[in-house]
Write a protein of this length. Structure first.
Length: 225
């Protein structure tokens, strides 16, 4: 007589996975990661009209919108619990454009309702059109649509320098390579331009984003496979 003991494989952390749906606690943890990563970013202040208390609402709206669209939310965790999520990337795969449905836009509208009229008008009449114009002028709208486009990327500051960001990026890169799709990223930080350059991206162009709070440059980069 013999007995066979079966044990489930224990994941080797950190683990990256595609989160197809999310609980409220997962959405809050992802939002917390984003808030932490963007704390102190001057461009965040521009987007929020100087009211940094609105950062959770803005980022949470983008997270919720990704889950009701065909966007992909990738998370990296260093353990099995929700609060072990330490990094997140939101991508829009080839053929998918952000905020095209009423359901997606409802989340952004809910956030923008918290902004002063002048800041809300700036989003509508300057920021969104300027960002879209940058894509069309440099790469073309068709190229951008047919690429994997990065919307948000963040790793908790306490875990910077551990290779987690690279592991999180590689997960999407392999998906793009599998379909021979290009990848497109936008950033407002020169340090990110240097990082993406090391990953093989090419600088496609840049533009100036101005607001009553301040101004900054937005860069667009791409890589082909």
């Amino acid at each position: 007589m013999s007995a066979v003991t079966s044990t489930a494989a224990v994941p080797s952390y950190p683990v990256v996975r595609h989160l197809a749906s999310a609980s409220e606690s997962e959405i809050e943890q992802i939002t917390a990661v984003l808030v932490d990563a963007f704390e102190g970013d001057p461009f965040t202040s521009i987007l929020l009209g100087g009211d940094l208390s609105l950062a959770p609402q803005q980022l949470r709206a983008d997270v919720r919108a990704a889950f009701v669209s065909k966007g992909e939310v990738h998370v990296i965790s260093n353990g099995p619990e929700v609060d072990n999520i330490i990094g997140v990337a939101i991508w829009y795969p080839s053929g998918v454009k952000a905020f095209t449905s009423e359901e997606e836009r409802a989340f952004r509208n809910e956030f923008q309702a918290l902004l002063p009229d002048s800041v809300r008008s700036w989003w509508t009449n300057h920021f969104i059109p300027t960002s879209s114009e940058l894509s069309g002028r440099t790469l073309g709208s068709a190229y951008t649509l047919n690429s994997w486009s990065l919307h948000l990327f963040a790793v908790l500051k306490a875990h910077h320098g551990k290779g987690y960001g690279r592991k999180l990026f590689n997960y999407a890169e392999e998906k793009a390579k599998a379909t021979r799709s290009s990848m497109v990223v936008k950033t407002t930080k020169e340090v990110d331009v240097r990082i993406y350059t090391r990953l093989g991206f090419k600088l496609s162009g840049e533009t100036l984003i101005e607001s009553p709070i301040g101004k900054g440059r937005m860069y667009i980069m791409h890589i082909d496979f």
